[in-house]
Design a protein around this ligand. Sequence first.
Ligand SMILES: Nc1nc2c(ncn2[C@@H]2O[C@H](COP(=O)(O)OP(=O)(O)OP(=O)(O)O)[C@@H](O)[C@H]2O)c(=O)[nH]1
Ligand SMILES: [Zn+2]
Length: 363
Amino acid sequence: MSFAPDITETLSRARADLRMGVPVVLSGAHGDALVLAAETLDAQRLADLHALGGAPVLAITARRAQTLKAVAYDGDTARILIDAGANLAWILGVADPADDLKTPMKGPLRAARGGDAVLHRMAITLAKTARLLPAVVMLDLPDGATFAEQNHLTRVDAVHAAPVLAVTSHLNPVVSARLPMDVSEAGRLHVFRPEDGGEEHYAMEVGHPARDTPALVRLHSACFTGDLMGSLKCDCGPQLRGAMAQMGAEGAGVLLYLNQEGRGIGLANKMRAYSLQDQGFDTVEANHRLGFEDDERDFRLGAEILKTMGFTAVRLLTNNPAKIAMMEKAGVRVTERVPLKVGENAHNQAYLATKAAKSGHLL
Ligand SMILES: Nc1nc2c(ncn2[C@@H]2O[C@H](COP(=O)(O)OP(=O)(O)OP(=O)(O)O)[C@@H](O)[C@H]2O)c(=O)[nH]1
Ligand SMILES: [Zn+2]
């Protein structure tokens, strides 16, 4: 018998630790490393890290490295060398593009070449899934197990973690209850909870959609600013209400409300992206400067919820062909794309044009 956390639970702990600024230890096939998220690093822990000696690096994505004109020897990842004199401001300056234009010269940045970046890549994935900036300070450890034990740190077995990080966590239905709404009095809200301790997602069932014919479905990604604040920078609010209205008018449908704020980068990072957009970058460039891909969402979880609810074919309300492709790949047939073109205004015209030009959205 063991009450010890399994690998999925240990990964969840590691994310929580990184968010708090507590280091974690990654143990791989060829060595161990101490990991700290750049965003939550403080001066004391940085001083402690320097005191350990060795050669710490700041692992960033190739996207961020490109902006900084650093060489990504590891393909999608770059290991930037941290000099003994590097202070917190320098590390944050490399990790966070907020002041790129004000203080463009952070380098020249030197990147590590030898060895591999398996643990670094995994640490960046952990930071991303913890909704932090994708930048982590790392130091090789001769004996990670002992170090973790002595310092009471979470230690992740990277070999076991890799396959877990590659798939979406299984979602369990938690509860559903009747929810009369303005678009339909016959509403039912279902809550789904992932096994990895991540954010819950919701399915809003409108009316009583049949399971044996394609249902009208919308996969909606959370947008606090658009859905709730009436932001004019995007079209999310009108899309949410438009989809609900259409389901109400047809008498049936399912709206999945997926908590993937900011195309999966979280609200804090989305606001960082907005700040870059105010400096003249478009929505895609802003994500790249932060070190993210254009779209970090995983729509497989939407497909999983639909299948759990008994839907195998849908009429999908979207302008995004990537959503259709992901649904089909995940085993949900899309029999029809139902366009959802609402909410264009003077503030979001350029944003919608960028999504059409760079992300393949249908106009
Ligand atoms: N990173 C980032 N996310 C944004 C920005 N503007 C809106 N978002 C997020 O983008 C997502 C919009 O998602 P959706 O409307 O579901 O998806 P879509 O890809 O636009 O596709 P359809 O609306 O289905 O055509 C939400 O998670 C928003 O929070 C932005 O400038 N940067
Ligand atoms: Zn939005």
